[in-house]
Design a protein around this ligand. Structure first.
Ligand SMILES: Cc1cc2nc3c(=O)[nH]c(=O)nc-3n(C[C@H](O)[C@H](O)[C@H](O)COP(=O)(O)OP(=O)(O)OC[C@H]3O[C@@H](n4cnc5c(N)ncnc54)[C@H](O)[C@@H]3O)c2cc1C
Length: 216
């Protein structure tokens, strides 16, 4: 059996998943799993399930996954699409223009800017509509592999058993409950910062002039 068939076979055995962390990763995983008919519980450490109100920039790889997850329309409606990136002086003189690439297809913009709050709203509303059980103010105390499943002790002393546990509890070292429980050591990833100037999308259509979208 090749690796693809092996992983399909083992995913077929997965009926119930616990996701630890309700950020972008946890929410997207929850949506994708629910769309496969898998039961999903999600625990989030925060008692108020919100995110800070800054914007982020996203590109084609995100649009493709949003389309696969069936949330593309809500996502693009909440976003501000733009094509090119320009680098300007503070006096407004243009130093460079980096043409946008519509890598997800001509019907999608090259880039979008979206507020984290809006993204969280689109994803969390979809998660709720799909029937994911979300519990706030909760984490995992311990994880124990028993046979083909995982026995979970939650921080409120309740227990659960899952076929799979997804660690989506982010990067800050102080937390990382799942990775700490599973791995003795892990590497700290690096980071890159970019500052971009954007062009607003066409307000009346909600999209860039000339852009098309197919229904998903
Ligand atoms: C300054 C900055 C700028 C960025 N800009 C961009 C950008 O422009 N475009 C882009 O696509 N990405 C950007 N990113 C990256 C993006 O924010 C991350 O890729 C994304 O947030 C990762 O999502 P995540 O769900 O893995 O983690 P997080 O968003 O960190 O979510 C983790 C969640 O898990 C919860 N949690 C933590 N510990 C536990 C626990 N023990 N139990 C239960 N829940 C727990 C947290 O409360 C949180 O809700 C940027 C990141 C930074 C820091």
């Amino acid at each position: 059996m090749n690796n693809k068939n092996k992983s399909e076979t083992s995913m077929n055995a997965v009926k119930k998943v616990l996701i630890v962390g309700g950020g972008i990763g946890g929410l997207c995983a929850a949506i994708a799993l629910r769309r496969q008919g898998i039961e999903v519980d999600l625990v989030e450490l925060k008692t108020q399930w919100t995110v800070y109100g800054v914007g982020i920039i996203q590109q084609s790889n995100v649009f493709r996954e949003m389309a696969k997850s069936g949330v593309l329309d809500g996502y693009l409606d909440a976003a501000c699409a733009f094509e090119d990136v320009t680098i300007n002086t503070t006096a407004g003189e243009r130093l460079a223009r980096i043409p946008g690439q519509r890598l997800a297809g001509p019907e999608y913009p090259a880039n979008v800017g979206i507020s984290r709050l809006a993204l969280h709203q689109v994803l969390s509303e979809t998660v709720a509509a799909l029937g994911v059980s979300v519990r706030l103010g909760l984490s995992v105390e311990s994880l124990e592999q028993v046979g083909e499943g995982v026995d979970v002790l939650f921080t409120d002393t309740r227990r659960g058993r899952y076929d799979l546990v997804v660690g989506a509890d982010g990067l800050p070292h102080a937390r990382l409950a799942v990775r700490r429980a599973v791995l003795a050591a892990f590497h700290r990833p690096g980071g890159v910062a970019l500052q971009l100037s954007t062009r607003r999308r066409n307000r009346s259509s909600g999209h860039l002039p000339g852009s098309r979208r197919h229904g998903h």
